[in-house]
Write a protein that binds this ligand. Sequence first.
Ligand code: ADP
Length: 462
Amino acid sequence: MKSKSKILILGISAIVILVSVQVFVIKDIWFDKEVIFDLKYKLLSQEAMEQFRRMRQADGFESALNLLNDYAKDVMTKEIQKVKDDETLAQLKKEIINDVEKILKELEELSPYLKGYFNRQGFESDFTTKIELNFLQLIDFEKRFDVYTRPDIIPGPPATAANDIKELKSRILVNRFFREDNYYRISFDFYIDFSGKQKIVLHEMSAYLLMSLLSIVIVMVIFFITFHNLMEERRLSNLKTDFINNMTHEIKTPLSTITVAGKTLEMEKISSDPSKIHEIARLIGKQSVHLNQLINLIFEISMWERSQFQLDRKEVDIRELMADIVESFKTANNNNINIIEDYRFDGAQTRIDVVYFTTMINNLLTNAVKYSNKEPLVKINGYTDRENIVISVTDNGIGISKQDQKHIFDKFYRVNYGNIHKIKGLGLGLYYVKRIAEAHGGTVTVSSKLGEGSCFTVTIPK
Ligand code: ADP
């Protein structure tokens, strides 16, 4: 149990490490892909701007900057005169910034050109644009009015709000403009921002993601299959140990009886009494038969393990055969057992191996009696349907839990009642039943309730 949890912990830690490595690698690739994306579009937009300049002898802000000159002249000659105090000055600055940004944005001709250029090249063109002032001075011949100077002239605003950080990450600086005219001096940055960038990168990453997910799933499946097999092997090895213990016990009993009987025979008092000798001889005979059966059983198991065993099928009347088997079983148990038979075979004939079939029914009957804690009452039902012969053996015994029902047909499996030697057995009876039923092309099933009894049903094709 301890090593089981150790293996589990080790395996799960390995999987966790694998997942973390994958996450780390994917994050890295994701970051690289974003950088490549930005670089690609930066280069593309610079190419596009170059072309724009060559073709139009302009950089896309001509109309906006011309209008700005008139606007600045207007401010310098009229608006500025109205300023009385600091408050109105601040207000005026704010209005100017708004107006200038609006003029630049509305009259710029670069973004439609970029969109067209990207489209023609077969690239993504779903972007928004952003213009950000670096500084703005309004001037006339003798005055200079500083409207705005960005605290840091390095592109991008100071990263304060979460929004800004996000924006900073996703936008691409296309160009920094500087222009001086009669009434103003301005510098501003022109950005493009792809809202669908994450989606595009995700799409590009889908192969990596799928592969890493697949590798994780495969490793997990392999681990759990290996773990399951390991546990199964361990269970089988435990079953084998139990089997050897039981077998030793089973063999020791008749052997010690024979030894004691032999010693008794040596005693003078006994050797002179023919009736005693006869009785002991019978006892030795009975125990040797039992020993022989056990040894045959082990021999048969190893035979069955090697290959599919050969059936010697003969045509029989199933009703007659069943009646014979039950009769012999009753006799062997001194007619002490109450067995109710109910057959509806309609005279069906079937081809089966009589010896194996008898062993199978005998094993079921033996268990029905063996695993009973009160006066055993066994019911045998038999009938034929269109294709099959169905025989069920029902008892009023101790029953089998749902968990154990899954394993009782396994080789060497015995239900653990605490003391394994309380009811003798080797855990092979039902294993035989199953193998014999299957060798005939049939099945065996169980339904049982603890404390109420069990019903084993064998179905064999006609
Ligand atoms: P064995 O009887 O030698 O232990 P079997 O393969 O015949 O081996 O049975 C396997 C286990 O199934 C038994 O240990 C017993 O606990 C349980 N079992 C089998 N038949 C019955 C039954 N009729 N009622 C209750 N338990 C049963």
